[in-house]
Design a protein around this ligand. Structure first.
Ligand SMILES: Cc1cc2nc3c(=O)[nH]c(=O)nc-3n(C[C@H](O)[C@H](O)[C@H](O)COP(=O)(O)O)c2cc1C
Length: 137
C-alpha cells in the first residue's frame, strides 16, 4: 500500500516534563498501532517536531485530531509527500526529548528543529527533508 510522510512543527503551550512526553507517546503508540501509522516525535526547548507515516487519508484525519490538542499550538505542516518506504518502520511512535540529550550527538536534530522554527533551510534542503535523511542513513 502506498504511504505518505507528514512532518509538522508546533509550539508546546507549556513546558513539557518527561512524564508529559511519556503520556503523549503512550497514547500515540497505542492508537497508531491500530491504524498502521509509524513515526517519531521530537521535543526541544518548547517545540515539537513530528514525523507521521501511513496511508494518506489516515494521516490527514490523524493530523486534524493532533492539531487540535491543547498541549500545543501554531502547528505548521512542513512536508506531506508520498514515500516508497517508511523511515520509522520499527516505531508506532518513537519519542526523543532533545532537552535531555547530550548536545553533540543530537546537534543535527536540534539544528533541524531550529530551522523548522524559523522556516529556514539547511543548505539547500528543507528541515523536513534533512530530518528524513538523517534517519534513512
Ligand atoms: C505533540 C503531540 C503529538 C501527538 N501524536 C499523536 C499520535 O501520533 N497519535 C495519536 O493517536 N495521538 C497523538 N497525540 C495525542 C492526540 O492529540 C490525542 O490526544 C489522542 O490521540 C487521544 O485522542 P482520542 O481521545 O480521540 O482517542 C499527540 C499529541 C501531541 C500534543
Amino acid at each position: 500500500m502506498s504511504i505518505n510522510q507528514l512532518v509538522y512543527v508546533s509550539q508546546a503551550t507549556r513546558k513539557m516534563s518527561q512524564e508529559d512526553l511519556n503520556e503523549i507517546q503512550r497514547i500515540a503508540k497505542n492508537n497508531n498501532q491500530l491504524i498502521d501509522v509509524t513515526g517519531s516525535l521530537f521535543y526541544n526547548g518548547g517545540w515539537f517536531l513530528q514525523v507521521l507515516e501511513g496511508p494518506l487519508e489516515t494521516l490527514n484525519a490523524l493530523y486534524k485530531k493532533i492539531e487540535k490538542d491543547p498541549r500545543h499550538r501554531n502547528s505548521r505542516i512542513l512536508y506531506n509527500e508520498p514515500a516508497k518506504f517508511r523511515t520509522f518502520t520499527r516505531w508506532s511512535m518513537n519519542m526523543t526529548n532533545l532537552d535531555d540529550r547530550q548536545a553533540d550527538k543530537y546537534d543535527q536534530l536540534v539544528e533541524v528543529i531550529d530551522a523548522a522554527k524559523t522556516d529556514r533551510k539547511i543548505g539547500a534542503a528543507s528541515p523536513a527533508v534533512t530530518l528524513l535523511r538523517i534517519f534513512k542513513e
